[in-house]
Design a protein around this ligand. Structure first.
Ligand code: ADP
Ligand code: GLC
Length: 493
């Protein structure tokens, strides 16, 4: 019998098929966790050119599914793969998604991003209808898929197919709103009345994320602290007004870590595996990292700080780059993996050239190196100016690499700051390079006390951020919206 999902996740990235950051990590595990808990879940995502479907062999499910945007007879092909049993549907339209990058090149965003994601959202709507069995929950993520919830909000009024469907919208990053010219609103498929300040209009621009917030039955963010922060002007990115109005239907659910991927005990990228009960392998991983990056072997006995992330101001990379000359005077190692603003990339390369014995920088995206740094570094740096959740600090805790992070969003919610009794890392308050430096110095002092450091590491390694707890919180939210009211038929893929 054909699988007819009750919950559709719709997202622009899902690991291991596609990934530029934490959104993909979340989509790679949350739907699957719910699926394994017995819910009828599936995911809809674009078929990118760089998609990694090697082990999943998707098959063509629908050819020429009518989408009708941006011209009347345009269509999409739909492929389906089984991801550990859970269906993943890929929307395929070569000229939109088969590109070298997902959203932008080094020169900036693709000029047709709005058109691409209107197309995607409309194709996802058409697919959900084609499959039949009206969904109980449609859960979309970030600006790329926000429009789906707006479509459902309005289609409910005229099309009984959607009458029983509730929508959830998760904000992973409020700073990326998908703001475009009003011109793109007119034929996207929303009715004229959606164009108002309580809908998709934002100071004369078409704001897709705002529509998702306005038109969803429930809005969630990826940590409780971020949910509190974004209703303030400091973190609200101009949308604090509408978020305040939505406050009663908004909830912050912390992300989890996928320990089947991020676990030093079974990490296939590491030179040696280790765990809280058998931590010796971490030293081998440190040596492997140092050798790989051609840092001098004396660094094996010096603290090595690691950073992994987008080289953007959100991540506070500028604060770190600024204090590198001072850190070098302490004769420690600094390893940075990331890509992003060309200005930061150039500054990093310059520092590598100036301090080759202490600083190693990898500009690019490499999954293997991310794992090697988590395991091989002693201390993990996350000086973010804001952080909706942050996953890398959760991974670093499990890898025995205590994090130093700013007191924002999910960082605050996942790290117990030194010197508290159960501390797992270090937190500093203000996003300044001086405060970051002070926190690093505090960590270096503890690092010198071998026993205190080991205890800090072990507490972090034992901290449990597995997805089950968070997935259960999502279920509770779905149930508030009526999931389970109608009994689903037990069919299989
Ligand atoms: P964000 O989603 O804001 O970028 P998160 O901490 O939630 O931050 O997740 C980032 C994810 O992307 C992690 O899995 C991290 O390992 C990965 N990542 C970020 N930059 C790189 C990079 N240059 N190479 C490999 N992995 C990276
Ligand atoms: C975003 C946020 C990050 C979060 C991730 C997954 O990219 O910047 O903090 O962890 O989404 O939710």
């Amino acid at each position: 019998m054909e699988f007819k999902p009750d919950i559709y996740f719709v997202a622009s990235e899902i690991y291991p098929f596609s990934k530029t950051g934490g959104l993909a990590d979340v989509l790679g595990v949350l739907p699957l966790t719910l699926y394994k808990m017995g819910y009828k879940v599936s995911v809809i995502t674009p078929m990118y050119g760089r998609i990694s479907t090697r082990d999943f062999s998707p098959h063509l499910m629908y050819e020429d599914l009518k989408v009708g945007y941006p011209w009347p007879d345009i269509s999409a092909d739909v492929f389906r793969a089984s991801f550990h049993g859970m269906p993943v549907y890929f929307i395929d339209r070569g000229e939109y998604f088969d590109r070298r990058y997902y959203y932008c090149t080094h020169k900036g965003d693709y000029f047709d991003n709005c058109e691409r994601f209107i197309f995607f959202c409309r194709a996802a709507m058409a697919l959900m209808k084609k499959i039949g069995n009206p969904p109980q929950i449609v859960h979309s993520h970030d600006w790329h898929t926000a429009l789906i919830n707006s479509f459902i909000y309005y289609q409910k009024l005229s099309d009984p197919y959607w009458a029983e469907t509730s929508t959830v919208f998760t904000i992973h990053n409020l700073a990326f709103q998908g703001r475009f010219s009003v011109r793109l609103f007119w034929d996207c498929g929303l009715p004229y009345e959606a164009w108002n300040p309580d809908g998709v209009e934002y100071y004369d621009s078409f704001n897709l994320l705002k529509g998702g917030i306005a038109h969803s039955d429930m809005v969630t963010t990826v940590s409780p602290s971020y949910a509190e922060e974004i209703v303030t002007p400091e973190f609200g990115c101009g949308l604090e007004g509408i978020l305040q109005k939505k406050k009663s239907s908004m909830t912050g659910i912390i992300n989890g870590a996928d320990y089947s991927v991020w676990n030093p005990e079974q990490d296939k990228f590491l030179e040696a595996n280790y765990s809280a009960t058998s931590p010796q392998g971490k030293k081998t991983c440190k040596k492997d990292l140092i050798d790989n990056l051609c840092l001098p072997s004396e660094m094996l006995n010096r603290p090595v700080l690691g950073f992994i992330g987008r080289l953007r101001s959100q991540k506070g990379i500028d604060l770190l780059l600024e204090i590198i000359p001072t850190l070098v005077k302490r004769n420690i190692g600094i390893v940075i993996l990331g890509e992003g603003d060309s200005e930061y990339e150039a500054q990093l390369m310059n520092l590598v050239e100036l301090y080759p014995d202490n600083v190693s920088g990898i500009v690019g995206y490499t999954e293997e190196m991310a794992h090697k740094i988590q395991a091989g570094a002693d201390i993990f740096l996350m000086p973010s100016r804001y952080e909706p959740c942050g996953l890398t600090q959760m991974y670093s805790l499990r890898y025995g690499t205590p994090p130093i992070a700013t007191a924002v969003g999910g960082l605050k919610d996942t790290i117990v700051p030194y010197p508290e009794k159960n501390s797992t890392g270090f937190i500093f308050k203000n996003s300044t390079s001086q405060d970051l430096l002070k926190a690093i110095d505090q960590a270096l002092e503890v690092f010198d006390d071998k026993e205190a450091w080991m205890n800090l590491q072990l507490r972090g390694m034992k901290a449990d951020f597995s997805w089950k707890k968070s997935a259960e919180l999502y279920v509770k939210s779905y149930q508030k919206l009526g999931l389970g009211r109608k009994k689903s038929k037990p069919d299989t893929i």
